[in-house]
Design a protein around this ligand. Sequence first.
Ligand code: ZN
Length: 171
Amino acid sequence: MNCSFRIFIDTRPGAPPNAFQTLDNQGRPVIVFTQSMVQTARNADELAFVMSHEAAHHIEGHLARVNRDAALGAIVLGQLVGLSGGGASAVDAATQLGGLVGSRTFSKDYELEADRLGTVIAARAGYNPLVGVQFFERIPDPGNQFLGTHPPNAQRSELVRQTARSIGFNG
Ligand SMILES: [Zn+2]
């Protein structure tokens, strides 16, 4: 697996604090931080945890899995509308909606998977994931909404604590 990450900082003014993982057109993994994300991090542990979390998304193949889930959701919803007698435009609309529902309902699990592996990566790289996860505790808690793309902050913190304990990391 190609884990030779390219790291970019998005310096466009006004971009909100954000980090994401993608692939460049040669298939090389890329992690992008916005400048405000870097400035919002209070210490190296927080930045390392976010980077480890994004690297974990790549290692766990989440991009490909989200695309597959989205395609599956779109097909299922599109078929349901087709069966209920919706016209072509209703099928198109439902296929788009299904794509969104498919990708969003799965991504909460993916976020927790990325937190778990990210905890291991950050700890082995010499950073403190228990301090690092506090970055997520400072951002607004998305709660437990059906379509929420992120798990509740308390759930993430607890998972990081459990994972750190399971690998013998004591801070
Ligand atoms: Zn994530």
